[in-house]
Design a protein around this ligand. Structure first.
Ligand SMILES: [Zn+2]
Length: 409
């Protein structure tokens, strides 16, 4: 008795493969075989055996199949919303002014610190399910709304439970250095983070820092990363978002897996990322939501051979979106990426940013069978008829995800 699943009558099958340019391989009229939750083989329709040879045959009705999205930068564990702050921004107050006045991240920190572990878990699980219904099949989640040992550990414990509960790849990142807690001294707070790093070794895969004017400096980044590296953490950094500080080049030199945001990154930074094989994580949803005009030097990055990744940055302040389809569309339109380039960045590139590209993100043989059946026979419709949800079904490890019905998630 075989346990092979056969997804047949696929009109268009997309694989994300870095060995091709622009990173996408497209096949037509084919079938996908899945064994033990992994991609086994891609066949021509004519090569399909009799239905008895498979545990189940699923007719994809000529629709397009693409790899599941990898959301490689999120802050999806939080309590509270920040809609009032959105309205303030629309009246002309800037994001950094809100933070300077004790609002912004610090509002979410208060709400998240008060919330119980169960409240945080339930809310984040709902969010992730909604994201999965929209096509995300692997996640990165950061702490950073605790800003003290106990609350940061609470957030990452929730992250570990989410990984077990939803059975999808979840990379956890300790972001104690998200901002300086109200009334505390920056240097002392950073010292505390560094001292406590060993206690996060079982809770987080990586360490992150927000390197920005009036937040943490490049020297802070260096101190934190040197210690984190010694302890075996992966490194990733929020850098060059609202101003140029030099954190990107420094993070790349120290071997960061990803540098994220990069609106103000320069050619020197791009060169450093290329040299270190650091992935550039771009989040156009933030630019859209905050009404920014500055875009990263995306084409210089591509020309230099830097791998691009896309992510939602899902968080209650600067990017309250769950939808990677929106992010891909924005990247295509705002950065002038082709649909192939945007899709490769939201799948393979994002998996590489998490160090998971061998295991998922490409729909390649032996990788996890994480994929989406789209409501169309041409995946470019996702970019063309922007704003619609084109995901008909999400599969993780070959199993169909049961999308939640609750519209009020
Ligand atoms: Zn972020």
């Amino acid at each position: 008795m075989t346990d092979t699943l056969c997804f047949r009558n696929i009109g268009q099958l997309v694989q994300a493969d870095a060995s091709t340019q622009p990173g996408i391989r497209l096949r037509k009229h084919c079938a996908l075989l899945v064994e033990d939750g992994r991609v086994h083989k891609i066949l021509k329709e004519s090569e399909i055996k009799s239905s008895k040879s498979y545990a189940r045959v699923i007719d994809c009705q000529g629709q397009a199949v693409v790899p599941g999205f990898v959301d490689c930068h999120t802050h999806l564990i939080y309590a509270g919303e920040r809609k009032d702050e959105m309205v303030d921004r629309m009246r002309g107050v800037t994001y950094m002014e809100i933070l300077d006045n004790g609002g912004g991240i610090l509002n979410t920190v208060k709400a998240t610190s008060r919330a119980t572990e169960k409240d945080l878990f339930d809310a984040a699980r709902k969010r992730m399910k909604r994201m999965m219904a929209l096509g995300t099949t692997a996640f990165e989640i950061k702490s950073g709304y605790g800003l003290n040992l106990k609350s940061e550990m609470k957030m990452l414990t929730v992250g570990k439970k989410l990984r077990t509960s939803l059975k999808v790849p979840v990379t956890l990142t300790y972001l104690g250095a998200h901002t300086v807690p109200a009334g505390e001294n920056r240097e002392e707070y950073l010292e505390e983070i560094i001292e406590n790093l060993p206690r996060f070794r079982d809770l987080a895969d990586g360490v992150d820092i927000f390197c920005e004017k009036d937040v943490f400096t490049v020297a802070d980044l260096r101190r934190l990363f040197l210690q984190a590296k010694l302890l075996g953490f992966d490194l990733r950094a929020h850098v060059e978002e609202f101003s140029h500080q030099g954190g990107c080049a420094e993070a790349a030199k120290l071997g960061a897996l990803s540098c994220d945001h990069l609106e103000h990154a320069t050619p020197v930074d791009i060169h450093a990322m290329r040299k270190a094989n650091t992935t550039a994580v771009l989040m156009p949803g933030v630019t859209l939501f905050l009404g920014g005009e500055k875009h990263p030097l995306v084409h210089s990055m591509l020309d230099a051979g830097v791998t691009l990744a896309l992510a939602t940055d899902c968080n209650p302040g600067s990017s309250p979106t769950y939808n990677m389809q929106t992010v891909l569309t924005l990247a295509a339109s705002m950065y002038r990426l082709t649909p192939e380039q945007a899709l490769a960045a939201g799948t393979y590139g994002a998996a590489k940013a998490l160090g998971g590209e061998k295991d998922y993100g490409g729909l390649l043989p032996r990788q996890r069978a994480d994929f989406l059946i789209l409501k169309t026979n041409d995946y470019r419709d996702m970019f063309y008829y922007f704003g619609e949800n084109f995901v008909d079904a999400t599969y993780t490890a070959g199993k169909k995800f049961k999308a939640p019905k609750d519209p009020a998630l």
